[in-house]
Design a protein. Structure first.
Length: 146
């Protein structure tokens, strides 16, 4: 189930980000590898935030490696630009509060299946020409992680 949800979220995030690195702006086709990475502010090991689109951006391999080496400014700036100031701070607070998915909705297979469907539906909307901004303002699934 985790791999299926990874694939759905990854495809949506890359499409949402116009197949371009959100740190340097390079398009997927112009990268040496010909693809983008699905990058996270908070590690994918934190299952509460692993599939949060607030925690996910598309990056080229170079920018992803810079992040891995501790150069966090461009990634933080991109996330705050997409979702609003202080989003990175909020993600860090959530990660500290929920260090495991045990006892949360994300621990339930049914919820993960609903989340997979959610991202597939959002991807379908993008494919139908609905703008990213319109999709961002759509109703969100309530994770109960205030």
């Amino acid at each position: 189930m985790a791999k299926r949800l990874d694939n759905a979220c990854k495809k949506y995030v890359k499409q949402r980000d116009y197949q371009s690195c959100q740190c340097c702006g390079i398009h997927r086709d112009a990268t040496p590898q010909g693809f983008l990475d699905w990058s996270h502010k908070i590690s994918r090991n934190n299952f509460v935030l692993r599939w949060s689109e607030y925690n996910s951006i598309a990056t080229c391999r170079k920018c992803h490696m810079d992040w891995a080496q501790g150069i966090s400014g461009p990634t933080n700036n991109a996330i705050d630009r997409i979702w609003g100031e202080c989003t990175c701070d909020m993600l860090e607070k959530v990660a500290k509060k929920y260090q495991t998915s045990k006892g949360t909705y994300l621990d339930l297979v049914d919820f993960r299946m609903q989340l997979e469907t959610h991202y597939k539906e959002k991807l379908k909307l993008l494919d139908e020409g609905i703008s990213v901004d319109e999709i961002k303002t759509a109703v969100w699934i309530d994770f109960g992680l205030e």
